[in-house]
Ligand binder design. Structure first.
Ligand code: ZN
Length: 251
């Protein structure tokens, strides 16, 4: 439980396992959830091992002790629960891009809905700009993302980008840090919702309603440079809320 008035100090003391448990609750509270589906992996710093959620637990009630630690082959090293069988895409991303430390996959409602249009995300607010020229649409749903062939196709489509919008499926988002991966997942869902609702309005004109291209690019770069530190501040705010409301997340 937080005891300091400076949650960033307390957050820094959390174990990697506890940080991921908090992140799963944050994702669930922000609509990046689909019952017990979805999986997140977070690297234990300095190792080739990752913490992940079990595949049959609701993220709304997840606790740190429910999480499992895996090696690069998906073998369980620590924990008493069962890992998802669909983690190939995570390990292929980590293999291809050593700078990545956290990957999120799930099926948020509006992400699934908007992806069915096979259209670019609309740049309708500043957080949408996070994805400007930094996402791909993967439009070849081939069934559950299981097995190396299907997963490898997703990873190849992702390339050097951070986010993939999976048509009629959901999202994959990858980042160097946990806070950025969570921010991307939460705001992809919001951007998809904005894009869907705007695209349904008869008065909406994409060429007039969207952010100026140069402004969108500068805004994206500011997010990436963390100037101002919007991503960190959001993470601290979300995490503070979770820790105050449900301190059992750390158990
Ligand atoms: Zn999925």
């Amino acid at each position: 439980m937080l005891t300091s008035s400076k949650p960033e100090l307390e957050l820094a003391r959390l174990t990697t396992r506890q940080q991921l448990a908090v992140a799963l609750r944050v994702l669930e509270q922000n609509g990046v959830a689909d019952n017990t589906a979805g999986h997140v992996t977070l690297r234990e710093p300095g190792t080739n091992t990752w913490w992940s959620n079990p595949w049959n637990y609701e993220w709304a009630s997840i606790r740190a002790s429910d999480l499992i630690r895996l090696d690069a082959n998906g073998q369980v090293l620590e924990g008493h629960t069962d890992p998802s069988r669909f983690l190939d895409v995570h390990f292929l991303i980590y293999e291809a891009r050593p700078e990545i430390n956290c990957v999120v996959h799930n099926h948020p409602f509006y992400t699934c809905l908007y992806s069915s249009l096979d259209q670019p995300l609309l740049m309708l607010d500043q957080q949408s700009c996070l994805f400007f020229e930094d996402y791909v649409i993967y439009n070849e749903y081939k069934g559950l993302v299981q097995g190396s062939d299907n997963s490898r196709a997703v990873v190849e489509a992702l390339g050097s980008k951070r986010t993939a919008l999976l048509k009629t499926h959901g999202l994959v988002t990858a980042a160097e840090e946990l806070d950025a991966a969570v921010f991307q997942a939460v705001y992809l869902e919001r951007t998809a919702r904005l894009s869907w609702e705007a695209s349904q309005h008869p008065a909406f004109k994409p060429e007039e309603g969207q952010m100026n291209v140069e402004v969108a690019r500068r805004t994206r770069d500011a997010f990436r440079a963390r100037k101002p530190p919007v991503i960190q501040l959001n993470w601290e705010g979300w995490a503070r809320y979770v820790l105050r409301q449900t301190p059992d997340v750390l158990d």
